[in-house]
Design a protein around this ligand. Structure first.
Ligand code: FAD
Length: 390
């Protein structure tokens, strides 16, 4: 969503927040020019989100990729196309199999939706790669718990497992990852899965920038009261994944890191700051989760709507309509409807877009430079001179 299009009455500056001093009302920002600028504020709202939660597993940050940002999702899509091209050119069947095997670690929504979508993408792509078709693809989901998607009822989780199992997704539950290598994953039960793609979707943690802002933290999230005011300050506020806003539905726990909460917190927080400026009392955040969806692709989803279990096509249609309804702007909604309609009528677009943003040198007619690999999960900082939204 281009911010300038939506935030018509906002003075927007693109930069990377590197730290601040809330006792002096200052914020340090590395601008896209590379210059460091210090901003003074009357009120500060911290909404920096979260990053992939990584564990000290050998090889994880070197070889696995995350599934948290659009850049990572696009890189994953490109990688699958590139791996199909590489595998198609290989004579050795075992080497081909390593390029055609994909492992997801983490059986929450992100992992389930990710593996379902990628498996569908691979199924469509296989039609164009005869040698890869002969070898076949392998998709495996690993989780340390004894079930997937703890956020929804066990019946829906079982349905999800059955649907994806029929599509060839293998589940390795009660299993952890011991090591990630360039071409394999070593599991806690002693097995080694040959795979050249490992996607890490085992949870998120608050942005580490929170630690550099000098605010009190609970498990990495900024401690605030139910009005979203940060502990110890009258003019510092926090919301979304980075904030431990008390959850009215579960006393003693912070709100879960979901967009459902962040969007509603944003609206109330704006009103609360105005209230404080007018000398009125800010209001507490009292939203209770309405439900949860997991889109399993191929017109199937599972949903828990205020305790009601829905699955199959109806859940998928509700899920699509709900996300469409939340997208701001008629233009964005129309683009999405057009995109979904094209998807129904025509085969998938399998163009490899890895060179986007990395064009060959001017006048260079030689072979294309090797494509950059997807960003590893540990890369929390954008490269120098690049904004976090690039
Ligand atoms: C794959 C996936 C699927 C999900 N699906 C759902 C779903 O279906 N429903 C749901 O409710 N939730 C879902 N979520 C969770 C949801 O995306 C988050 O809870 C929500 O985006 C949090 O909002 P936020 O404003 O706190 O952070 P974000 O939306 O992450 O926004 C943070 C912003 O801060 C910027 N930023 C970060 N660091 C800096 C810095 N140092 N300086 C300047 N800017 C910075 C980032 O570029 C970003 O624009 C999903 C998450 C993932 C990863």
């Amino acid at each position: 969503m281009p911010l300038r299009e939506r935030l018509k009455r906002t003075m927007l500056r693109v930069g990377y927040v590197t730290g601040g001093d809330p006792t002096a009302n200052t914020l340090r920002v590395e601008m896209i020019s590379g210059n460091i600028k210090e901003y003074r504020y009357d009120h500060l709202v911290v909404a920096l989100g979260s990053v992939s939660r990584v564990l000290p597993i050998p090889g994880l940050t070197e070889h696995a990729i995350g599934f948290k940002t659009i850049a990572e999702a696009t890189a994953l899509r490109n990688r699958i196309v590139r791996h199909f091209e590489l595998a198609e050119g290989l004579d050795d069947k075992d080497q081909r199999a390593a390029y055609l095997s994909f492992v997801f670690v983490g059986g929450g929504y992100a992992g389930l939706e990710g593996i379902a979508e990628l498996a569908d993408f691979a199924r469509d792509a296989l039609k164009r790669y005869p040698r890869c078709r002969e070898t076949g693809t392998r998709f495996t989901l690993i989780d340390a718990a004894d079930r997937i998607m703890p956020e929804i009822q066990p019946q829906l989780a079982d349905f999800t497992k059955t649907v994806l199992g029929k599509r060839g997704v293998e589940f390795r539950l009660n299993t952890t990852v011991k090591e990630v290598r360039d071409d394999a994953v070593v599991l806690s039960d002693g097995d080694t899965l040959i795979a050249r793609t490992v996607v890490w979707t085992a949870g998120v943690r608050a942005s580490p920038v929170a630690e550099r802002l000098g605010l009190a933290l609970d498990n990495g999230r900024i401690i605030c009261d139910s009005t979203m005011r940060v502990e110890g300050y009258d003019n510092v506020w926090a919301l979304g994944d980075i904030a431990a806003v008390p959850d009215a539905a579960r006393p003693g726990f912070p709100c879960p890191p979901t967009a459902q909460h962040a969007i509603r917190q944003g609206k109330l927080l704006g009103k609360n700051i105005v209230a404080v400026m007018e000398g009125k009392a800010p209001k507490p955040f009292t939203f209770k989760t309405l439900g949860a969806f997991a889109d399993l692709g191929r017109h199937t989803a599972v949903a828990n709507l205020m305790g009601l279990r829905v699955k199959g096509f109806i859940a998928w249609a509700i899920c699509r309509f709900y996300h469409l309804a939340w997208l701001p702007g008629a233009d964005s909604k129309s683009r999405l409807i057009a995109d979904w309609s094209v998807e129904i009528l025509f085969p998938r677009d399998l163009a490899e877009m890895g060179q986007l943003g990395h064009p060959p040198a001017l006048g260079d007619t030689g072979p294309a430079a090797p494509l950059p690999e997807a960003r590893p999960v540990a890369a929390l900082q954008p490269p120098a001179g690049q904004s976090p939204t690039d």
